[in-house]
Design a binder for this molecule. Structure first.
Ligand SMILES: *[C@@H]1O[C@H](CO)[C@@H](O)[C@H](O)[C@H]1NC(C)=O
Length: 268
């Protein structure tokens, strides 16, 4: 059974003679089409066809061809260069060599012409979160005809994307993505031939939160009250000391007593 399938596949490939090559081209560029195999013995001509129906150019067996329209002959025999490709030129381009008995496919390209993608814009808005240890970011990746949004949660400056990487295919067939690379949020718009990007770093978007003002205030008050109590205690002790001195020394001048008092203050 499986042998039959393999044989069948071999026959198919042989009959086709070639495998379709996918090619993506940026709009406005040129494309060289050449033969993937030699034409069979005794061939009469080689045709390049579009979508298997329209003949683009016919080469005779010596390799001569009449060139018209938007293409040139390539350096290699039987090759052509398509000039200034546009989206409408997308299609299957195949070279068929004709003998007196059969047509043989000798080359085939599936050509897709794509325009450049439009620029993108990334916007990042921090979201007020109830939790004090995490910082949430609401991110939107926008292009002219579509957008995707995503949420990032950062704890201790380490961010992660909720639900993982986001991506979407736009109406023009391009891909719009938003993802995190280390500490950078990247918004990417791409097709097979062109891409645009915008990015932002999470580092400064999620600063570590400052202490709540009320806590700071309480600390200040406690500290101030403590300081006042200590200072009053020192003054009281000195006053008591000063009085005792006065009583003991009787005739001492107030000046000398004051000097002693200030000396005591300094040692404290
Ligand atoms: C070839 O066929 C495809 C699909 O049928 C079509 O979109 C495309 O325009 C055709 N290409 C040309 C050059 O006519």
């Amino acid at each position: 059974m499986s042998l039959f399938v393999i044989l069948g596949l071999l026959v198919c490939i042989q009959a086709q003679g070639t495998i379709e090559t996918p090619v993506f081209v940026l709009k406005g560029r040129d494309l060289l089409l050449k033969l993937h195999a030699d034409p069979p013995e005794g061939f009469i001509y080689v045709d390049w066809k579009i979508n298997k129906t329209v003949t683009l150019v016919r080469f005779d067996s010596s390799g001569k061809a009449a060139v018209t329209g938007r293409f040139e002959l390539g350096e290699n025999k039987f090759s052509v260069i398509l000039k200034n490709l546009q989206e409408v030129d997308s299609g299957v381009y195949s070279a068929v060599a004709a003998t007196s008995t059969e047509d043989k496919l000798v080359s085939e390209y599936k050509v897709t012409v794509q325009g450049p993608v439009s620029p993108v814009e990334l916007t990042v808005d921090p979201v007020d979160s109830s939790s004090s240890e995490s910082c949430d970011l609401h991110v939107t990746c926008r292009t002219h005809n579509s957008h995707i949004s995503s949420t990032f949660r950062c704890v201790d400056r380490v961010c992660s994307q909720e639900g993982g990487e986001r991506s979407e295919v736009t109406t023009s067939g391009a891909s719009l993505q938003v993802y995190l690379l280390n500490t950078v949020i990247i918004c990417n718009h791409s097709n097979q031939v062109h891409w645009t990007q915008d990015f932002d770093t999470t580092a400064y978007l999620c600063p570590s939160k400052p202490e709540l003002p009320s806590v700071f205030l309480v600390k200040m008050v406690v500290f101030s009250v403590g300081l006042i109590i200590m200072v009053s205690a020192v003054i009281t002790v000195h006053l008591v000391d000063f009085k005792k001195h006065q009583e003991r020394n009787g005739g001492q001048t107030p000046h000398a007593a004051l000097e002693e008092s200030s000396h005591l203050k300094v040692t404290f």
